[in-house]
Ligand binder design. Structure first.
Ligand SMILES: Nc1nc2c(c(=O)[nH]1)N[C@H]1C(S)=C(S)[C@@H](COP(=O)(O)OP(=O)(O)OC[C@H]3O[C@@H](n4cnc5c(N)ncnc54)[C@H](O)[C@@H]3O)O[C@H]1N2
Ligand code: MOO
Ligand SMILES: [Mg+2]
Length: 420
């Protein structure tokens, strides 16, 4: 149930995180498609199924350096009664064999080379002895060899016409190897969203400015830009806006023409200078939510303007980080066609007591570790919403359910993994 709150000038309706995500999903659309070269495709999402244009491998391939033979030639072979075959060819990788194999012949062959016709096995070099006699080379085999030994058949890994990679697959190292194998030098991928980032607050200084009393440097914009890059988006740093609602609104609306969507940080709570609240109060677009049952980041607000999102994150760095992970990251991944866009949930043991109580579910910046084969998590450091230093040490968000008693060391807790 939504809880309605009346704080001074702005009615706020608290929604659960899942409901807030559901509302934003209604407006989430995959961006268009573009072609990129394979070397620039890392981290991108395939926009079409990739179908194998040929078998892999497309020729019968030797798995060892040795001799290609007919396995039947070795029947009865033993140290006491070795088989003698005449060596009729030498096949390096990349060559086509010049001769086919018969019951009395063998061809010297290298790992990865094309196995000659009628050969159905390759015997390792170390299991043979060869010698020359009257200008001819012979190989001695003292062991029976099974058909198919050290020979990779055509289409062993994949058959022509099979789906190599499905639409929606994120291209990482293994995918890149397959795309290269099948000759896809250009691939169709979803476009990367461009996101305009504004910081708000008259206290904010540019990063390069010296400190002065009461002011701080704008760290949220840079943190958000880094997070956006991590998710494959393109950040547009728009600097910081002083606490003047009209000016901020004009700049934000203008940014919609330059970006796929806009994020702001700061100015969403109940302070006198919380200008995003004013902007959303006069919002002509659609409101999605303006209060979320979560800590930190409860004032996180979102709306849609002509099909484009405006996300207003809290100014407190910890809240800004958590708000990004729960709302912005899934949108960036979703716009790139990624099906698994929400942080994955695991169960872990709590490594230490967490006594802070709250009416809302709490997302504690945590660090995870394995002890005796079990996954443990504990707070990464100071957990107040205003704290920046613990962000770098966190690899997960520990989900502490709302309640009056907190949680004890050793209890099982649900965790959202941020990395990996
Ligand atoms: N009376 C109440 N006060 C507050 C409430 C409340 O419910 N009643 N909510 C608190 C909660 S929870 C949060 S979260 C914050 C939200 O604050 P805002 O989103 O309005 O952000 P600001 O007021 O602009 O700034 C808060 C804090 O963060 C610093 N900040 C802002 N921008 C940046 C930036 N780009 N880089 C680094 N740090 C930044 C800013 O200087 C403030 O210290 O409100 C609570 N208050
Ligand atoms: O919702 Mo606030 O982010 O807890 O400090
Ligand atoms: Mg404020």
């Amino acid at each position: 149930m939504d809880r309605v709150e009346n704080v001074h000038r702005f009615r706020r309706h608290t929604v659960q995180v899942a409901e807030a995500q559901r509302r934003m999903e209604e407006h989430l659309h995959v961006l268009g498609v573009e072609e990129v070269s394979l070397e620039n495709a890392f981290g991108r999402t395939l926009a079409e199924d990739m179908i194998a244009p040929e078998h892999m491998p497309h020729f019968r391939r030797s798995g060892m350096d040795g001799f290609a033979i007919m396995s039947s030639s070795t029947r009865g072979a033993s140290p006491e009664s070795p088989v003698l075959l005449e060596v009729i060819d030498n096949i390096p990788c990349g060559d086509v064999p010049k001769s086919e194999i018969s019951p009395k012949t063998a061809s010297r062959i290298m790992t990865g080379a094309m196995v000659p016709d009628h050969a159905d096995a390759v015997i390792m070099l170390e299991m043979t002895e060869d010698f020359e006699e009257q200008g001819k080379t012979y190989v001695t085999i003292k062991k029976e060899i099974q058909p198919g030994k050290n020979l990779t058949s055509i289409g062993h890994e994949m058959k022509k016409g099979e789906c190599v990679l499905q639409k929606g697959t994120v291209i990482r190292a293994g995918e890149t190897a397959l795309l290269a194998t099948f000759g896809f030098s250009i691939v169709k991928v979803y476009k990367r969203p461009t996101i305009a980032i504004f910081a708000t607050g008259s206290e904010l200084l540019p990063v390069e400015a010296p400190l002065c009393p009461g002011k701080i440097r704008n760290s949220n914009s840079y943190m958000l830009a880094a997070l956006i890059r991590e998710a494959g988006g393109i950040p547009l740093l728009m600097g910081s806006i002083p606490d003047e609602a009209d000016k901020a609104q004009a700049l934000i609306l203008e940014a919609f023409s330059r970006a796929d969507f806009v994020i702001t940080s700061g100015g969403v709570s109940v302070g006198d200078y919380d200008i995003l609240v004013d902007i959303f109060q006069n919002w002509e677009g659609k409101m999605l939510f303006n209060k979320v049952a979560m800590r930190p980041g409860s004032p996180t607000t979102a709306g849609v303007w002509n099909d484009q999102f405006l996300f207003a994150l809290s100014g407190n760095p910890g809240a800004c980080f958590v708000g990004y992970q729960l709302f912005i990251r899934p949108v960036i991944l979703g716009m790139q066609g990624m099906p698994n866009r929400y942080l994955q949930s695991y169960t872990a043991f709590l490594g230490e007591d967490f006594k802070k109580v709250n009416a809302f579910p709490r997302y504690v910046r945590g660090k995870s570790y394995i002890r005796e084969g079990k996954l443990f998590v504990e707070p990464a450091g100071m957990d107040q919403s205003s704290v920046t230093v613990s962000i770098k040490d966190s690899d997960c968000l520990i989900q502490i359910p709302p309640g009056s008693k907190g949680m004890q060391q050793g209890e099982l807790v649900s965790v959202l993994m941020l990395k990996g």
